[in-house]
Design a protein around this ligand. Structure first.
Ligand code: SAM
Ligand code: SF4
Length: 334
């Protein structure tokens, strides 16, 4: 379907849990986390009902996210069932990779087409600093297992302000050797991420160009979204830049998000959206659910205001008139 600004909305990111086995500094605090009550988290049946309704409205691709989606039991079965929805063309996953070593074969078998592994550094010590856990080796095993299982793999590196030249070049080299695309994502001022400064991806491009000379912008489509890709003159290696903050791409935004407690969130930077869990648990009909989703997707905000402090909101008004505290990324799904 089209939203009120004429944008085609065909992609949904579905968060299946707010729990995580890492504590990335820009995403979750170490302690004092307000975890959702288990009974507030959507069941797989409820998620599937929303995805099916989305498919009737033209949603064609779904990304399963979290928290860490692989910590929720039965996620492979969910992926299988999402895949079976009429009209759904692509089911993908974003993960920190810790459990991928064991789970990649069953995920591939369930019909997952590709996996994005979030990895912010190739230095094990720095990994422990960022994630507050000493699990670098598990992520690398996870990536290998995903590749062996035939999944397409991309690495997503969220750029904290002090990403060093060494880190950038290590990823560039890794991409050449492994053939895995590495995408650098500008830190967004959301939740814990507000503590960090978003380094402009242009700076990264400069470092890469100094080292690799001619970077060529690639026009080949490689994912669901707004990354701009570059290949090296040598032909091997691929770097993607997702510059949500400094070079916003709201005009071509194609997505909505579903939080694990059932809030249909229309834009990362806006409280706009609707609670779908309450109507679902009050016996809403298929047609009413469709009408509700259609009505809200139509009013998706035109753009974010990450760079203007007065544009930011600290409270999340819900459709029933109450408000919630501003969310961290583990609750939104990235
Ligand atoms: N745990 C899974 C993972 O790490 O891929 C899925 C959920 S995580 C919230 C999804 C993505 O959001 C990760 O790639 C993470 O780096 C990114 N992320 C979290 N907080 C962010 C922020 N403030 N700005 C930009 N990206 C962020
Ligand atoms: Fe967990 Fe992903 Fe957030 Fe890191 S970014 S704390 S892995 S949800």
């Amino acid at each position: 379907m089209r939203d009120g600004n004429g944008r085609k909305i065909d992609y949904i990111r579905i968060s299946v849990t707010d729990r995580c086995n890492l504590r990335c500094r820009y995403c979750m605090p170490e302690e004092g986390i307000d975890l959702m009550r288990h009974e507030d988290i959507l069941t797989y049946q409820e998620i599937l009902k929303i995805a099916e309704t989305g498919a009737r409205l033209g949603i064609r691709r779904v990304k399963v996210t979290g928290g860490e989606p692989l910590v929720r039991k039965g996620v492979s079965q969910l992926i299988r069932e999402l895949n079976a929805i009429e009209g759904m063309e692509d089911v993908t996953l974003t993960t920190n990779g810790l459990l991928l070593g064991d789970m990649a074969p069953e995920l591939a078998e369930a019909g997952l087409s590709s996996v994005n592994v979030s990895l912010d550094t190739l230095d094990p010590e720095r990994f422990s600093q960022i994630t507050r856990r000493d699990r670098f080796a598990d992520v690398m095993k996870g990536i290998e297992s995903a590749v062996r299982s035939g999944l397409k793999v991309k690495i997503n590196c969220a750029v904290m302000e002090h990403l060093s030249r060494e880190d950038v070049l290590a990823f560039a080299e890794y991409s050449v050797k492994s053939g895995i695309p590495v995408r650098f994502i500008e830190m967004m001022p959301i939740g814990q991420g507000r503590k960090y400064h978003a380094m402009d991806n242009e700076e990264l491009l400069k470092i890469l160009s100094e080292e690799y000379g001619d970077l060529r912008e690639s026009t080949e489509p490689r994912g669901n979204g707004p990354a701009v890709y570059y290949t090296y003159a040598s032909g091997a290696g691929c770097i993607g830049l997702i510059s949500a903050v400094h070079h916003k791409f709201c005009g071509s935004c194609n997505r909505v998000r579903l939080t694990s407690d059932g809030f249909l969130k229309l834009c990362l930077d806006s409280p706009a959206g609707v609670d779908l869990r309450t109507p679902l648990r009050s016996g809403v009909s298929d047609e009413e659910l469709r009408g509700l989703m259609e009505q809200w997707i139509r009013v998706k905000p035109e753009s974010h205001h990450f760079l203007s402090p007065e544009g930011r909101e600290g409270e999340l008004p819900l459709s029933d008139g109450t408000t919630e505290k501003c969310l961290n990324m583990n609750q939104i799904g990235g």
